[in-house]
Design a protein around this ligand. Sequence first.
Ligand SMILES: Nc1ncnc2c1ncn2[C@@H]1O[C@H](COP(=O)(O)OP(=O)(O)OP(=O)(O)O)[C@@H](O)[C@H]1O
Length: 368
Amino acid sequence: MSTPGEDALHIRLQLPRAGFTLDVDLQLPGRGITVLFGASGSGKTTVLRCVAGLERAPLGRVQIGSEAWQDSATRRWLPTWQRPLGYVFQEASLFEHLSVQQNLQFGLRRSRSPEGARVLAEAVRLLGIEALLGRAPAQLSGGERQRVAIARALATQPRLLLLDEPLAALDHARKREILPWLERLRDELRTPMLYVTHSADELARLADHVVLLEAGRVQAQGPAAAVLAALDSPVLTGDETSTLLPGEIAERDERWHLARVDFAGGSLWLRDAGLPVGRRVRLRVLARDVSLATEPPQGTSIQNQLPCVIAAMGPDSHPSQVLVQAQVDAGGAQSLLLARVTARAADALGLQAGQRAWLQVKSVALLQ
Ligand SMILES: Nc1ncnc2c1ncn2[C@@H]1O[C@H](COP(=O)(O)OP(=O)(O)OP(=O)(O)O)[C@@H](O)[C@H]1O
């Protein structure tokens, strides 16, 4: 897409309400998906509404690149219609009496650039909705409606795309259908996206950057892999606790139907999903699927074993367990993984930070 988007975002908001104060200071990358995560009522939607100018924080600065949409210090305030942004909600609000094509054209009329038609064609391609253009919204599935709503937002050439739980109203099958399109937007679009979700799966698959909100304040923020591997302020808890490893398909073993994925600091074998060597992927490794040994494991059916150094240990969601943060290191590159072990085993093995150990990884999910 032609929209510029490498500019960083600065969002500083202080908004007091009865029983709740939003107080955030976010420096976000000007590209990719930033997921806003947090419990119900933590302020995620309020952040989006303030960024969109639908709500006015008395103290606030919303800036994209060198362009300020709000700056309370200079009393600058752009109304929503002057902010070049797209907003996608849980329910796609399409005009039911217009065809998909006409809905998209409607978005185009708002765009100020003569390039509009080309940008719209690109949005149609990116979201794979060519075959739907002649249909009425009533003839679309929920997932198709959302793809049209996103394409319509993109047709206005926004500098920023806001998505508030865009998949929450869809059933499991429709979610699976639309996720690859969102991944494609993340990888090909130069427009940054702020994405609100409650879903650990969406976060793991889509996030480049994560902001964890709690009661209106930022508990953690940073690149997704680093934030998920941190032991303080856990973002994903219980069975969801996991780490992300960006990597690349390095080898395929046709005889055993396995593929090797190399990542910074190591490699893992997993079920061959038919992806070619060289394809970039991300792996999600659940802490519950990782165990630790203090000696090189032998006589085990677990194929994936990685030498590591214990970086830190911390409490888990149940007192019978601890989380071990382990660093794998190879060729000058490192990654962090989390392993869940029982507190009794950690005590019996004398596990402590700085110790060398072996990670045994029972299962890995491939997220494309
Ligand atoms: N229009 C409003 N007026 C007053 N208080 C509001 C308003 N909208 C939301 N709130 C309150 O502000 C706080 C933050 O709400 P917000 O909707 O931003 O949370 P959220 O993290 O998006 O929640 P959810 O995940 O349930 O959508 C909550 O305490 C909520 O009750």
